[in-house]
Ligand binder design. Structure first.
Ligand code: NAD
Length: 496
């Protein structure tokens, strides 16, 4: 990384501010490292109230950052959805904080008690992407506060209005020694990853996630990586219906395809390919007429991202792949960066649209001949963040669930696995590591400390020198017991 003196003033100021805030929060954590359940409940409720109070400002910032953004989507996902998650956590946090009792062997440990006590990790960094600038900043913040931590957030440089609003609204609700926001570009992001956090959450692309993990490893900082990838949708035989295709397309259009768990490519029985295309066209002619020129369409975040989307489509056309603009009358609006939706039919595997996460209003459809082929296509790729299956066959559902691996799995619907507060959310392999949301988030941002409190009885003195007769007798008994257990005879002799 460049020396602070080589950076433009704004970058070096932002980095100096980050370092000062980090020192402030570290020091505050030393003074108070275990907020009470009441304090955490109050924090979560205040956060929910702050989000609700800023509803209009949040929607305005989203419209400015995206060029165009449906207000109702802002209300549902970035305001009500966030507040709802905080309030659910507030009502459960005391229960989550209770120590978890663990089994101990009476003979060995006497009446001593073993339990896991979740304690705050300390000061956590949260690097936020641009696609849900409030939801992905605040929802994990709620998990981190529920677990009793202090947090510094770094919004994306692509959403400057949302980043500035986050800084203002959180400064009104919290002392900076508990929650703070730093805004800036890539030099700040890089400096952020080099702090010696007690935990670091990064949400964004797999490519940058790798850099974040490398930087964190320098300080042995534990990381949660919420990454992306290509999330497939399998349509089983008899499942290519107007309802299923329409539902999948509707989910694809949340943020105009700029959602980490958006369907990326659909695997459709070869015999049903034409039917699939016809249902997709009909959905746009009926339900979604005028979509890309209307208020429900979100703008593409930047000119750079817009050009990339067009490059993917141009390459497919150049190579002779059929590209169908589903929103037939739609045009690209350069002002608001709203872009029509395209279906790319059976592209060859070496096209960029088959190699990269799409993250825009384009959808690939690939035919398959049997389920083995569909599953092997998925298994050849990296493990996805989400996998969707439309099927009414229990044996098929069971098989796909057992034979594939992904962060989340959703049957006969798309994206719902990400909305259920009681389900942890995260990826696997190249789509991420770790979980947040609800209790899983509380656990992710806590140190699960193993505690043993000695009671009466137990055999502790035999474990350390001087090893006398008692220790030798104990070792003999332990070896005999282990031999019986290994041969499966222990239960027969002593009962289960
Ligand atoms: P991105 O990787 O470009 O940027 C995310 C964040 O990383 C930004 O705050 C940015 O400032 C920071 N950053 C950029 N360069 C950096 C560097 N060299 N070192 C450290 N930080 C750096 O991601 P994006 O384009 O904002 O988001 C899109 C991607 O995020 C997609 O792949 C999508 O699937 C993924 N995503 C995943 C989830 C999830 O929960 N798994 C949610 C939303 C988005």
């Amino acid at each position: 990384m460049a020396n602070l003196t080589d950076l433009p003033d704004s970058d070096s100021l932002a980095i100096a501010e980050l370092q000062a805030l980090f020192a402030l929060q570290k020091e505050a954590f030393q003074r108070n490292s275990y907020p009470s359940a009441q304090r955490r409940r109050d924090d979560l409720r205040r956060l929910a109230q702050t989000v609700l109070d800023h509803r209009d400002a949040i929607n305005e910032a989203l419209a400015l950052d995206f060029g165009a953004h449906p207000r109702v989507a802002g209300d549902l996902i970035e305001v009500a959805g966030v507040a709802e998650g905080m309030l659910a956590a507030a009502s459960r946090v005391e229960k989550w904080m209770r120590p978890e009792r663990r089994h101990t062997d009476l003979l060995q440990f006497g009446t001593g008690k073993a339990f896991v006590a979740h304690q705050p990790k300390g000061v956590i960094g949260n690097i936020v992407p641009w696609n849900f600038p409030f939801h992905l900043a605040l929802s994990p913040l709620g998990d981190m506060l529920a677990a009793g931590n202090r947090v510094i957030l770094k919004p994306s440089e692509y959403t400057p209005h949302s980043g500035a609003l986050l800084a203002r609204m959180l400064a009104k609700a919290f002392d900076q020694e508990q929650v703070a926001v730093v805004n800036g570009g890539v030099p700040l992001a890089q400096a952020f990853t080099r702090q010696r956090w007690d935990h670091l959450l990064y949400t964004g692309s797999t490519q940058v996630g790798r850099l974040v993990a490398l930087a964190a490893a320098e300080n042995l900082v534990p990381v949660t990586l919420e990454l992306g990838g290509k999330s497939p949708v399998i349509f089983d035989r008899d499942s290519v219906t107007a309802g299923n295709v329409g539902h999948m397309l509707a989910i694809k259009l949340v943020k105009n395809g700029q959602m980490c768990i958006a369907p990326d490519y659909c695997l459709v029985p070869r015999a049903d390919l034409e039917k699939f295309v016809a249902f997709a066209r009909a959905h746009f002619e009926g339900e979604l007429a005028g979509y890309s020129g209307g208020e429900d369409c979100t703008g593409i975040i930047s000119q750079r991202h817009l050009q990339r989307n067009q490059r993917l489509l141009d390459e497919a056309r150049r190579q002779g792949t059929q590209v169908i603009q589903l929103d037939a009358a739609g045009t690209l609006d350069p002002q608001t960066r709203r872009m029509p939706v395209s279906l790319v039919v059976d592209p060859p595997d070496d096209l960029a649209i088959m190699q990269e996460e799409i993250f825009g209003p384009m959808l690939v459809v690939k035919p398959y001949d049997d389920l083995d082929e569909a599953l092997s296509t998925i298994k050849r790729g990296e493990r996805p963040l989400a996998l969707y299956l439309f099927s009414d066959q229990p044996a098929v559902i069971d098989r796909v669930q057992r034979e594939t691996t992904s962060g989340g799995f959703c049957v006969n619907a798309c994206a719902v696995q990400g909305m259920v507060h009681s389900l942890g959310f995260g990826g696997v392999g190249h789509s991420g590591t770790g979980r947040h949301h609800g209790f899983d988030g509380f656990r992710e941002f806590s140190n699960p400390r193993g505690v043993f409190v000695r009671g009466r009885g137990g055999v502790f003195e035999v474990l350390a020198p001087p090893y006398g007769r008692k220790a030798n007798r104990m070792a003999g008994l332990a070896l005999s017991a282990a031999r019986l257990k290994a041969r499966g005879l222990w239960g027969t002799i002593f009962g289960p």
